[in-house]
Design a protein around this ligand. Sequence first.
Ligand code: AMP
Length: 288
Amino acid sequence: MRIIKDPSEMQSVSEKLRLRHQFIAIVMTMGALHEGHLSLLKLAREKAGTLILTIFVNPRQFGPKEDFQRYPRPFEKDASMAKAAGVDYLFAPEPETMYPDGFETRVSTGTVADGFEGATRPGHFDGMATVVLKFLMLTKPHLAVFGEKDAQQLAIIRTMVRDFNIDTRIIEAPIMREEDGLATSSRNIYLSSIERTQSAVLYRGIREARDLVAGGETDAARLVEAAESVIRSAEDTVIDYVGIVDAETFAVVETLERDRTYRILVAVRIGSTRLIDNGTFRVGETVN
Ligand code: AMP
């Protein structure tokens, strides 16, 4: 595995790979690798000739009061996990080389970025989309794997790839969870042991809504209420939002219809940690 820090070196390596007809797959992360990231790498590894992993804690997608400074950066451990996962190139640039003096262009995301994470974290998605576009330009991948864990992010990336005619296939990987249902996340290490126990309510709330939909409930407000009441059953949880959207368009829905897929989106603060999760369902059907 080769570690690359310099963006222009990454770009010339990718160009050479392309000229050698290598099929390039990429997984983009902020590091502090966990089982969720490894599942993305596994999926990409199966399809790729050359597998690139990026690790970059992107300052432009963090708000001034968010956890940019304290975000974990265990680089040596990440590098050995990446190597074991079959990564060929680990691209880990510094913010100064990604955003040198004079950098001023940014991607402006559309309506799919307006609600939920977009409303709660102003500027987050523009910053995210900008860095994703830069990584696509630097690594020239045929395929990129993203996690369903960040469902709105995925929808925004799909929209950007479509709108800008980007020649990269986007595939999504299912959410990896701990035994109690908590989605694996680099931020889970912030949780105290009592908060860690409480955090299982996110998935329990999602499951509650999912069970109601499987039983035929179609009123989104009732589903939101049911999920919220499960989440509130744990002390110290503060709900940022719970919402139900059409899984394809991300439009908020009031009444669920048969033969469409919906997604419940959840963001909860537990102590000083903010967690997001989501799940899909179809009316009258049990979806895993
Ligand atoms: P992050 O490092 O948190 O920016 O995540 C990098 C990629 O890993 C994104 O595509 C995430 O959606 C994905 N990811 C993070 N956590 C999980 C998880 N628990 N299951 C599946 N994918 C995940």
